[in-house]
Design a protein around this ligand. Structure first.
Ligand code: TRH
Length: 389
């Protein structure tokens, strides 16, 4: 009998919560052969990253996963053996009560946390927290960049698929987007970002670059700022605008797999949040990360923590170039101005590119999140069967 897993996901805003939950669900079903049900409260957001999703369906099968609309009141459902609440979402009371009744053995309940490179993550990974009222224990599972954390989401065959795509897939990819193959000295950049006061100065720097730059922007939150910089009323997918050396091209929002192809095809990727940042690292290409902004500026600590890991082993000038670029992009107080950041980044580009390849090779040391979750849950299930014969 396949072990039954339920993953619960609420979409707060943006696409990261469902992006991670969906990637995990696919991995658990496809690579581990588990019986996975994914409960999502916003199927429209889900459909943006995976257009095969029917936003009106209460229940559907997709990629070997049962997708359920999480509605209020909650549909009666027998609890699974392993229950994941993604990013601390609150499980429905009725479902929790069902979990508490299921004591032979009790379900393994895991809160999948946000990814961070901060050192405290390893200390908190795997810690139990007893429920205040019910006979249930919830475990905190922290993804991370070191082997003593929950590791990173990545498919077993990702490196192979990327290598095959880079070998022969890029011309067809550019063609499908209505673009020609890049010129020899051209830089192709993808831009996925939140609103950012540093954007106009970056665009100015690109427009003044001595070599051509094509910036590809999937439709999203940054579009109004781009339109303002271009002095146009609005921007639609498919539109292209040239300013100096910079050609801006708007792309439709793609599905998760096509977005990977974009990351694999560009020389530099601006990414944000959690999932696109990890995918850009697996793309083995240089990246600039915009952390999800938090009111207490906690995202600056996250940025510095990842920078510390990421720049390890990089020559000091190139490391400084990466640091300055990321810190300025995240609005950190002591960062250089954008024109200077860009000029230095450009001068260190070759070293940064080499490092991105090496970093991607090292990333695997943290372990694969889906494997680690399965090991964790199976060990807990075994020990529970043993103590509840
Ligand atoms: O959308 P995000 O800003 O999500 C954020 C973060 O995850 C943040 O940590 C969280 O707290 C907040 O949401 C609520 O960025 P992220 O994490 O990169 O997620 C984007 C997803 O969208 C990712 O799975 C990639 C996917 N995507 C596509 O499928 N197609 C596209 O064209 C693009 C640009 C992205």
């Amino acid at each position: 009998m396949r072990t039954r897993w339920d993953i619960f996901c609420t979409v707060i805003d943006n696409y990261g919560d469902i992006g991670v939950a969906w990637r995990l669900a696919r991995a658990l079903a496809g690579e581990h052969g588990l019986d996975v049900r994914l409960w999502v409260d916003d199927l429209h957001a889900f459909q943006r990253i995976w257009p095969a999703i029917d936003a009106g369906a209460d229940e559907q099968r997709c990629e070997g996963v049962t997708v359920r609309a999480w509605r209020t009141p909650f549909a009666a459902a027998e609890p699974a053996q392993v229950v994941i609440d993604a990013f601390g979402c609150t499980l429905p009371e009725a479902y929790l009560a069902g979990m508490a009744e299921q004591q032979q053995p009790p379900p393994v309940w895991i809160n999948l946390e946000y990814l961070s490179a901060e050192p405290w993550v390893a200390e908190h990974h795997g810690l139990p927290s007893p429920h205040p009222r019910l006979p249930l224990t919830r475990y905190f599972f922290f993804p991370g960049y070191t082997p003593d954390t929950g590791g990173l989401l990545v498919e077993a065959d990702l490196a192979e698929r990327r290598a095959a795509f880079v070998r022969s897939g890029t011309p067809a990819f550019w063609h499908a987007l209505g673009l020609e193959a890049p010129q020899a000295d051209e830089l192709r950049v993808s831009l996925f970002a939140y609103e950012n006061p540093a954007l106009p100065a970056l665009l100015d720097a690109w427009a003044a670059d001595p070599r051509p730059i094509t910036c590809l922007v999937p439709e999203g939150r940054i579009i109004p700022q781009l339109a303002a910089w271009l002095s146009v009323a609005g921007l639609q997918a498919g539109e292209t605008h040239q300013r100096g050396a910079l050609r801006l091209h708007i792309l439709p929002f793609m599905d998760q797999d096509a977005y990977d192809h974009l990351l694999w095809s560009c020389n530099l990727n601006f990414v944000r949040g959690e999932d696109s940042c990890v995918r850009a690292q697996w793309a083995a290409r240089p990246l600039v990360w915009q952390a999800y902004p938090q009111t207490d500026a906690a995202h600056w600590d996250k940025t510095d923590a990842l920078l510390t890991h990421y720049t390890e082993g990089l020559a000091s000038e190139a490391a400084q170039a990466v640091r300055d670029m990321w810190r300025h992009w995240n609005g950190m107080p002591d960062a250089e101005n954008m024109a200077a950041c860009w000029a230095v980044w450009r001068s260190q580009q070759a070293a940064i590119e080499q490092h991105a390849e090496a970093w991607c090779g090292r990333l695997g040391l943290a372990g694969r999140l889906a494997d680690k979750l399965v090991d964790f849950a199976e060990n807990k299930l075994k020990s529970r069967v043993f103590s509840n014969p």
